[in-house]
Design a protein around this ligand. Structure first.
Ligand code: BES
Ligand code: ZN
Length: 456
């Protein structure tokens, strides 16, 4: 692709950025958390409808809302390929993580707000900014006539809760996903301005553990000392899940694997993760070993009496939600079974234990040596003027492996606007609009470049 091509595409995309900001504001305004206990289902319906209409307006011939098995709505679209041209599937999700404590946000989570050149809001980067990336790329090709390749659109509505709905849809209707290349727009660069291909993802195998020791709460002075305290039992149990190096310990799971790719420099990790001065990193391995190649267990929720309002009484029951990340090569169901068995084996004092399993998500390893990847690398390099980096990723996108199985000939590539400063899933999530622009340029260049290749 020539520099003139790149500049033409860039000028078309740059001209759309003010519109894109307004569109992202509209999309972020839908509180599309896929949990009707937290937000009305109309919020997700509104976001799904907006996404469908936006892709239709961008030139996708046909797009529908499809109800998935978990009740969520997926936007499924298709523009057939011109004769001889390949088909590219563009994936993202419109559901978002809950905002959490809104007091921790500098501006309201569902009002897109600009500060210091960044746009803040829940989902601004994960993953609504990536929806805009796809839209901008498609629109940049419109002045040239019909789309040069076949395009499929899949924008799901329950990725953040495990993506079970789409997982079933892949099994039931693989035709909807048939493509030569799949661009997963739900990742990000190692830093803004450094184009990055994500080559692996961890899977996920969460559980919720409930511990019960007493029929009810009793006076801590009268009974404390002999009465088994459920919160203490839970703390002891959770403590068995780490060793003295901070490595995750689940009986039967290997915690010694090594990452074979490019390292994750420790100083960059400390800065990305906001690790406080004097606080040490966990793991006996390198940062990349720990976050990309090994299992990791985090306690992400705890049910116990809040400090304010707590009585001087022994806690009879307590629960924790355990988030287990599973590296490529490890079956998440096997990992979840091992975690349940570990908890059962280590619960102290005969406390009553109940473990609820959440649905598992598979890890993913990309095959990065096909022609689509070559075209994508060239497109990213043209858009950013820098060589492409590769990196692993500790997060999960459960659909990727299902797609790999259902569409085995498709190359699956992971890109997106979610760089570390976005602090996805945290308060004050944001996006760098320059990343939306550059990635849209790259994606448009990719679609053009693929048009010149025969279908595979
Ligand atoms: N976009 C993330 C995955 C990701 C994280 C990609 C960091 C690149 C960098 C995705 O939306 C996500 O958060 N997935 C969930 C899936 C889970 C709930 C099954 C995750 O990893 O927690
Ligand atoms: Zn996410």
């Amino acid at each position: 692709m020539s520099g003139a091509d790149t500049e033409l595409i860039r000028s078309r995309i740059r001209a759309q950025m003010p519109t894109a900001r307004g569109e992202l504001a509209t999309l972020v305004g839908f509180r599309s958390v896929a949990d009707p206990r937290q937000f009305p289902v109309e919020e997700c319906v509104g976001a799904a409808t907006w996404v469908r209409d936006a892709f239709l307006a961008a030139g996708i011939e046909q797009a529908d809302l499809v109800e998935a098995s978990d009740g969520s709505l997926a936007v499924i679209g298709h523009s057939p390929a011109p004769a001889g041209a390949p088909t590219v599937l563009l994936y993202s999700h419109y559901d978002v993580q809950p905002p959490g404590d809104e007091a921790l946000w500098t501006s309201p989570p569902f009002v897109l707000t600009e500060r210091d050149g960044r746009w803040y809001g829940r989902g601004a980067s994960d993953c609504k900014g990536n929806v805009l990336m796809h839209l901008l790329a498609l629109r940049a090709l419109r002045p040239d006539g019909p789309l040069p390749v076949g395009v499929r659109i899949v924008v799901e509505g329950s990725e953040e809760i495990g993506g079970a709905g789409l997982h079933d849809l892949v099994a039931q209707r693989p035709d909807v996903f048939a493509a030569d290349m799949i661009v997963i727009g739900d990742c990000g660069n190692v830093e803004a301005g450094q184009p990055t291909l994500t080559t692996s993802l961890r899977g996920i195998a969460n559980v919720v553990v409930h511990v019960e020791t007493l029929a009810g709460q009793v006076h801590s002075g009268v009974y404390g000392g002999a009465a088994p305290d459920a919160l203490a039992a839970l703390v002891r149990l959770l403590n068995t899940l780490r060793d003295e190096h901070g490595d995750t310990v689940v009986d039967g799971l290997d915690s010694t694997a090594r990452w074979g790719g490019v390292p994750y420099p420790e100083d960059r990790f400390r800065s990305d993760a906001g690790v406080l001065d004097g606080v040490s990193l966990l793991s006996s391995g390198s940062v990349a070993d720990a976050v990309w190649a090994r299992p990791a267990l985090s306690v992400v929720g705890l049910d116990a009496p809040p400090v304010v309002g707590s009585a001087a009484a022994i806690v009879p029951r307590a629960s924790a939600r355990l988030n287990l990340r599973v590296p490529p090569g490890l079956d998440p169901t096997v990992a979840q079974d091992a975690l349940v068995a570990h908890l059962e084996a280590h619960v102290p004092w005969g406390a009553h234990l109940r473990v609820e399993r959440e649905s598992v998500g598979e890890p993913f390893l990309a095959a990065t040596d096909g022609p689509g990847y070559r075209a994508l690398r060239a497109a990213l390099e043209a858009a950013y003027g820098r060589e492409v980096a590769t990196a692993g990723e500790g997060g999960s996108i459960p659909l990727c492996t299902a797609l790999q199985r259902a569409v085995p000939n498709a190359e699956i590539a992971l890109i997106g606007v979610e760089e570390p400063r976005c602090v996805i899933h945290a308060p004050n999530e944001s996006v760098d609009p320059a990343e939306i622009e550059n990635l849209a340029v790259a994606e448009a260049l990719l679609l053009r470049a693929l048009a010149d290749r025969p279908e595979t």
